[in-house]
Write a protein that binds this ligand. Structure first.
Ligand SMILES: [Zn+2]
Ligand SMILES: [Zn+2]
Length: 182
């Protein structure tokens, strides 16, 4: 299930119409626990359809599904939090789970950074599929979080702005294919 969620997240970055929905999650200019619950309702609905299909396909028992949902939601809140974990501990933790430092890279305004670290729970998927990026180029204190074309408060903080954000036309930063993973 966690692998499917990872793949779904990557799909929302790759397919332009899905990116418009997912952009609501990325428009936040600062990360904290609340960012972990900040998704466009249509993205939540689509995600639910994918999850239900995956559960039916896997034939997963109800207890396992509930447990997975509780862990996933808890982990999403944890890795969007602005808690400062000592680097020495983070290094060990991220061998198993996605830490706040690891997920913060994914919220960079630079596409070559936001197109990495798709995991919300287990850290293995990004290492396995070569989308792992250890740290942001500008450092955690120097990096810019959000979407470059969407910095206006009315669009990225107000509820009406967020709900209508997918319907506004905007261009995405081109990929930098030459960038190497750190
Ligand atoms: Zn994302
Ligand atoms: Zn996120």
């Amino acid at each position: 299930m966690d692998g499917i969620i990872w793949f779904q997240h990557k799909l929302f970055h790759r397919i332009p119409v899905l990116w418009r929905l997912h952009a609501v999650h990325h428009a936040d200019r600062d990360l904290d626990v609340s960012s972990g619950a900040r998704f466009h309702p249509i993205e939540i609905l689509l995600s639910m359809v994918i999850k239900v299909a995956a559960i039916a396909l896997l034939g997963a028992p109800a207890v396992a599904v509930i447990l997975f949902e509780v862990i996933l939601s808890g982990m999403a809140l944890f890795n969007h939090s602005n808690v400062a974990i000592p680097l020495s501990l983070d290094r060990w933790l991220r061998l198993l789970v996605v830490t706040p430092d690891m997920h913060r890279v994914h919220h960079s305004v630079h596409r070559y950074e936001s197109d990495s670290n798709y995991g919300f729970n287990l850290a293995i998927w990004d290492r396995l599929f070569n989308t792992y990026r250890a740290q942001p180029e500008g450092g955690h204190d120097g990096m810019t979080i959000g979407i470059k074309s969407h910095r206006d408060e009315k669009q990225v903080i107000w509820l009406t702005g967020l709900l209508t954000l997918p319907f506004h036309l905007f261009s995405r930063q081109p990929k930098k294919k030459t960038e190497k993973h750190i």
